[in-house]
Design a protein around this ligand. Sequence first.
Ligand code: ATP
Ligand code: MG
Ligand code: MG
Ligand code: MG
Length: 439
Amino acid sequence: MRLSRYFLPILRDAPKEAEIVSHRLMLRAGMIRQEAAGIYAWLPLGLRVLDKISSIVREEQDRAGAIECLMPTIQLADLWRESGRYDAYGEEMLRIKDRHEREMLYGPTNEEMITEIFRAGVRSYKDLPKNLYHIQWKFRDERRPRFGVMRSREFLMKDAYSFDLDQAGARTSYNRMFVAYLRTFARLGLKSIPMRADTGPIGGDLSHEFIILAKTGESEVYCHKDYLDFETPPETVNFDDAAELQSYFDKWTSLYAATDEMHEKAEFEAISEDKRVSARGIEVGHIFYFGTKYSLPMKALVTGPDGKDTPVHMGSYGIGPSRLAAAIIEAGHDDSGIVWPEAVAPFRVGLVNLKPGDAAVDAACEDLYAKLEAAGVDVLYDDTDERPGSKFATMDLIGLPWRLVVGPKGLASGQVELKRRSGGAAEALSPEQAVATIL
Ligand code: ATP
Ligand code: MG
Ligand code: MG
Ligand code: MG
């Protein structure tokens, strides 16, 4: 992408309304724009990041055997009356009426709808287990939308729903998502810790929140320090092996970790003091096992091996890709701007032309741009007339993993300059060496 043709509305000054660094940087880097309280447009740079996050989430859901679908954002109130949640959900639900005065709502979550879809399509235990997910916008009329996309009213959620014949099967489904979540957050460059959690309006018996430690987090959390050094389950995990999945679950729940609502002071204080972490955290994912809470009232039944109809055991599993974009910035930035992990960077390379109009510099840039793009590397090529200082500031602000600078002086001795955003000195290299290093 040539910057001269792109849409990157950079703000030089920190917007006053932004209280935390990720919100500030997302506004300044032209990633998002607020359209109403807690409602954001994703501008081109932000959308690239959001899509990359969603792709990683999707890959790990697919790997764990979940099947993607797409449910609508608008739902019928009557569906929620079947579960009894229409009245119980409260002010966070945005309720709307169509032209026929039919009561509808903008979905804050999809337990009812997926249960309806399941019961219409599955009759026998032989079709189980199943896990269906979608990545779709949600709306919750948050009392206090704040911190940009960290707590917005409209936000993107990946929500998966599992269906099993019995509790033992549902436990394995829960563990599949538990392991998939550990892998997902690790691939996003984050250290997540599963913590015993409250089930809230989703309800249920077993629940873990996946928490990223961060000073600006809204949750108060308590855990054992050793979790920070635990190894992520590898790509080779066998998601069909219930015992293997259980062993990962057991390991990752072997030490103390709980959110505020579930905190047991005495248990926490039994940990040696140097291993106690009492900190703020960001909830990036949340998984629930809630048995027959929805299947019973909504009559999602399957015929079991004994020929009798029984309600299916269900779980639900949420991740917030839009909140994650902010959480990744909270975890990766410096005084000059964002420092993206490679996996979600909007472009891998920022190519800076220090003297547009200089034939040799232009030619060298075009050549590098073509070679990198041909090799499948996403490049943002700054071919604009801005001053070098401003170009560097923009590149630092938007945080691309590599900065490749071409200027007349270096080029005269056959060299360009390559620098990693995450640190280390700039290196003078031949253009060929620079390309080889990036690849
Ligand atoms: P919170 O405690 O932050 O209000 P929640 O517990 O209400 O979140 P869940 O119902 O567990 O949220 O939803 C699953 C995931 O959706 C959360 O873990 C989070 O990543 C994301 N999410 C929830 N609410 C928001 C929001 N207002 N803005 C952005 N992401 C959100
Ligand atoms: Mg909430
Ligand atoms: Mg919560
Ligand atoms: Mg939650």
